[in-house]
Write a protein that binds this ligand. Structure first.
Ligand SMILES: [Mg+2]
Length: 370
């Protein structure tokens, strides 16, 4: 039975001090989250992902403490989906927000409920979700392709990731002020590594039709696997129009906050690679629903790693729509069982739970006042 909740905020430095895409520049990854205590020895951990802005992180932890906590005290933890409905279908919160702070707070609460369920069953979450050994989940690495890295750094990083660390797929950011520079960078990576490397590109919602249509059309010449978030995040009609014009498949979903929003993009053919993020969408519960929806439409799911894959690896092992998962190494050292990647594929977590148990020393080192 749930007895109490305790929120936390961690700010963990990114690699090489600062990274940037076409829209954001950050020095730390934010992890506003919550520990859920029970009347047994088990404690559930969960968090969402932010750009480490303390004031907005506190809005999320305040939402957990002030709005969700009282709905959970005294509840049993055997059915996370039932508790998700109680939290999500809460009229006062639906009135003030069905996206953003309230759903990111919901995600941070849903994940420890799954963590607890698996800890009680003494098995890793992928088993609780019905996964079996043997499936391979490929990792693609985004941490070499930031837009503030020079072209030489970009090529060097892809070299390290592919030749030394064994990745077969990488993602690089696009959306430079001069579109010719984007094409030159993609060409440099493709030329350096030939057909051996799968290249994904990500514009982070920066581009517009018709201004950037020429650049978007060039991507096919470099065998780019997908263009991610080419247009503004909510623009369903624009993405549908673009999908009819360019040959490169469109990927999106990291900025969508609900099953309904995904349904809109999927049913209108505005997306080819579906990218739910369990730390933004209302947790593992709703991300699984999106995976089912994509599977019905025969679309592959490649989750966005707001958790840096730490929790979503479990969902990825368990769900038949997922074969490829994003990985960024910023927060891996914070967990009792850090993720491991071997020759470009995730190893299966072995410890009971969702992989979210945070080491005490990391709580001390990176913790901020809630
Ligand atoms: Mg992205």
């Amino acid at each position: 039975m749930i007895t109490s909740l305790e929120t936390f905020i961690l700010h963990v430095p990114v690699t090489r001090n600062r990274i940037a895409d076409s829209t954001h520049s950050i020095t730390h990854w934010g992890m506003p989250g919550v520990k859920i205590m029970t009347d047994s020895e088990h404690v559930g951990y969960g968090f969402t992902g932010t750009h480490a802005h303390l004031d907005s992180d506190r809005l999320i932890t305040d939402c957990i403490s002030n709005c969700y906590a009282e709905l959970l005290i005294g509840e049993e933890i055997d059915d996370p989906r039932k508790l998700w409905k109680k939290l999500a279908h809460n009229p006062p919160l639906q009135w003030v927000g069905r996206a953003g702070i309230t759903t990111m707070a919901l995600a941070a609460v849903d994940i420890p409920l799954w963590d607890l369920k698996s800890k009680y069953r003494e098995e890793p979450l992928w088993q609780t979700l019905g996964g079996v050994s043997g499936k391979k989940v490929e990792a693609y690495n985004t941490d070499g392709g930031w837009l503030n890295f020079s072209q030489d750094m970009l090529v060097d990083d892809v070299k390290r990731l592919t030749q030394e660390e064994g990745y077969k797929s990488i993602k690089m950011k696009v959306g430079k002020p001069d579109p010719n520079e984007d094409i030159a960078r993609i060409e440099a990576v493709r030329k350096a590594f030939g057909e051996n490397v799968r290249i994904m590109t990500d514009a982070n919602g920066r581009w517009r039709i018709p201004q950037n249509i020429e650049t978007l059309s060039y991507l096919k010449d470099y065998d780019v696997t997908w263009i991610e978030e080419p247009l503004w995040h909510d623009d369903v009609a624009g993405h549908c129009r673009l999908a009819e014009i360019i040959e490169t498949p469109i990927a999106l979903g990291e900025m969508l906050y609900s099953f309904a929003h995904f349904n809109e993009f999927i049913s209108s053919c505005g997306v080819k690679y579906v990218q739910p993020d369990a730390t933004r969408l209302g947790g593992i519960t709703e991300a699984l629903d999106v995976c089912d929806l994509a599977y019905e439409h025969e679309l592959p799911v490649t989750p966005h790693a707001g958790d840096m894959a730490q929790t979503q690896i479990h969902m990825s092992i368990a769900h038949q729509s997922i074969e490829l998962l994003e990985f960024i190494p910023w927060i891996t050292h914070c967990f009792e069982e850090p993720l491991k990647i071997n020759s470009g594929y995730f190893e299966y977590p072995q410890m009971p739970g969702a992989g979210t148990t945070i080491k005490n020393e990391c709580m001390q080192e990176f913790g901020r006042k809630v």
